[in-house]
Write a protein that binds this ligand. Sequence first.
Ligand code: DGL
Length: 269
Amino acid sequence: VQQAIAVLDSGVGGLTVVTELFRQLPQEKIIYFGDTARAPYGPRTQQEVLKFTYQIVDYLLQFDPKLLVIACNTATAAALEDIRCHVSIPVIGVVHPGARAAVRYTKSGIIGVIGTEGTVRSGAYESALLSLSPTIKVHSLACPSFVTLVEQARYNTEEAQKAVESSLIDFRLKPIDCLILGCTHYPFLSSLIQDCMGKQVKLVNSADETAREISTVLHHRGQLAQSSLTPVHHFFCSGHPALFQQIAWSWLGSGMKDCPVVSQVSHLE
Ligand code: DGL
């Protein structure tokens, strides 16, 4: 059997990383878990997010994956180091890849980060950015209304546009040349965010760089999928699967066409 890459998020946000995995590593089998019943994670305490992340990791490990992706910035900030110490497979988070992509892009050295309250409070991006480039200046902002809009499939609405504009009204005046979408849900809102910030600001998200890191790690370990057969992916969520499935199908498009239905797992606690 082909060993899978296991991917987790609080909900549909990690699908933005899955899109890049489908593109960059089309032979890899994906097992995805979205904790939709307990999203958003952003307002929760670090201890709570750590506990939930452990529960999902335990669930995913029964499938014997070869690598685990914490495709959620809030969970990466709260749990990555801990989980890494407790599992024997490589664990990849999304904060360092996002920081790397921004450092590669910025010319002015002034970078913006938007994310959940949990991610912003943790200071994870500041630490990651400063560890790469000590003279970088960082402006951060929590945007608590964005995740729910995405989870409820309301990301293409006028309401979403208003929420983006009112959240970024002051932040758009910051002299940044790139903005990290420090929450895996935010790429769903990227055209609204881009319109609001203006063309001079480059939006950076972790998905592309995270997929590259996964590709590099698997290559080094000699674990890239060999089969030329189309892999069969599995998607699980803890809440009602219909909405998750609708969002997954519209976001992943043809990548989902061979996928079985999304299964609900409601016994994590
Ligand atoms: N998508 C997640 C992140 O990247 C979490 C959003 C949430 O559940 O608040 O932070």
